[in-house]
Design a protein around this ligand. Structure first.
Ligand SMILES: *Cc1c(COP(=O)(O)O)cnc(C)c1O
Length: 384
């Protein structure tokens, strides 16, 4: 019997090694890994420079606590600040914790408690971020939720107008809803957000936990639009597999997070930050995010082309290398079939095949994946 709580449905694959875009199992079978550890391995398995950076730190010291100042925290924060335009950074261990920090900071800075989030959003599994998450299935069974959060339809201008008022501390949302099914924010909605924000004084928190670190073809997904959020949160891709999260905010918010106001024992741990620092240095290499944008466009265009006659495909959408193939039926059997062929993909909701390849994926690997997907999702055609 297993001594683990059965919180996860597990796949029947035993990982043995990872290299670049490939995961190799105990039997030696190679899988093209388009899950990237759920949007984490943006630079692929065991990226040599990131591995080297972590190994170096392992040999120096592992942990000190935040009673000490660490140059690697300053350097990584400064890289995030330069990339995002947000001057202050708090390091956490996960996405949910980064969002917790954002929620606490927004409440403290505004002195208000209402936070607007969207249906189909995903913000984490802690008590506050579960309540922030606009999906019933995440909250079921846990009783009374925090009353701080009010949900609106994603992209609904009317809902936003109705919900936002002078009691609103913040509006928190994803630019592309990841777990919720690859739904992309509309420019009109962003415009309205800006308007509401200046009218009510509500802070804008962008959850970039899945969309950040180059995933959508920009360093951060908000950079596709002409906006400057008050706060962004990061995790997943930030450590390329080493647990680390971050919340970045405007300079004016610094005074509300003074000594003793918030903290974490492990947050900003030097091993985590050795990986984050190396990740940011890869991310900022000349032409890198542009290459992600181009590969994303190629992937989406080719999938649309190959699958235009598929009887099971409803819609293909995405931004950069964050792509969803919405099916007219349950996606689970197709994920299984793709696994058999050697391609690992993710679900998002019941009907969506989600692709999150490493951003370092090659065109040859993309084409191989497209071939598997075209074969698998065209199958129904032969049956019918
Ligand atoms: C994964 C995810 C989170 C939660 O991150 P954890 O590290 O699992 O706590 C929060 N927000 C978004 C958008 C995510 O995709």
């Amino acid at each position: 019997m297993s001594h683990l709580f059965p919180t996860y449905g597990r796949w029947n694959i035993e990982p043995a090694a990872g290299k670049g875009s490939y995961l190799i199992d105990q039997t030696g079978k190679e899988y093209l890994d388009f899950t990237s550890g759920i949007g984490v391995l943006n630079f692929g398995h065991c990226h040599p420079d990131i591995t080297e950076s972590v190994k170096k730190q392992l040999d120096k010291f592992w942990h000190t606590s935040n009673l000490f100042s660490l140059p690697v925290q300053e350097e990584t924060a400064s890289a995030i600040a330069e990339l995002s335009g947000l001057e202050r950074v708090f390091f956490s261990n996960s996405g949910a914790e980064a969002n917790e920090a954002a929620i606490k900071l927004a409440r403290k800075a505004t002195g208000k408690s209402k936070i607007i989030t969207c249906y189909q959003s995903f913000h984490g599994r802690t008590f506050a971020t579960m309540a922030a998450t606009g999906q019933e299935k995440v909250r079921t069974g846990y009783g009374q939720m925090l009353e701080t959060f009010k949900y609106i339809e994603f992209n609904s201008i009317q809902d936003l107008e109705d919900a936002a008022d002078n009691e609103t501390a913040a509006i928190m949302l994803e630019i592309v809803q990841g777990e919720g099914g690859i739904h992309i924010i509309k420019p009109e909605f962003i415009k309205k957000l800006e308007e509401i924000r200046s009218k009510t004084g509500a802070l804008l928190i962008i959850d970039e936990v899945q969309t950040g670190i180059g995933r959508t073809g920009k360093s951060f997904a908000f950079q596709h639009f002409d906006i400057k959020p008050d706060i962004i949160t990061l995790a997943k891709g930030l450590g390329n597999g080493i647990p680390v999260g971050a919340m970045a905010g405007r300079e004016e918010l610094a005074e509300f997070f003074g000594p003793g106001s918030h903290g974490s024992t492990f947050g900003g741990n030097p091993i985590s930050l050795a990986s984050a620092k190396a990740v940011l240095s890869e991310l900022t290499k000349e032409g890198f995010t542009r290459s992600v944008e181009e590969k994303g466009k190629l992937l989406i265009a080719r999938l649309q082309d190959e699958l235009q006659e598929s009887p099971v495909v409803k819609e293909i959408r995405g931004l950069g290398l964050m792509v969803g193939i919405e099916l007219k039926e349950d996606a689970a059997p197709y994920l299984k079939a793709l696994q058999k062929q050697g391609l690992l993909t993710l679900p998002a909701g019941p009907n969506i095949v989600r692709l999150l390849p490493p951003l370092t994926v090659t065109e040859i690997e993309l084409n191989k994946a497209i071939e598997h997907i075209a074969q698998t999702l065209a199958k129904k055609k032969q049956v019918v």
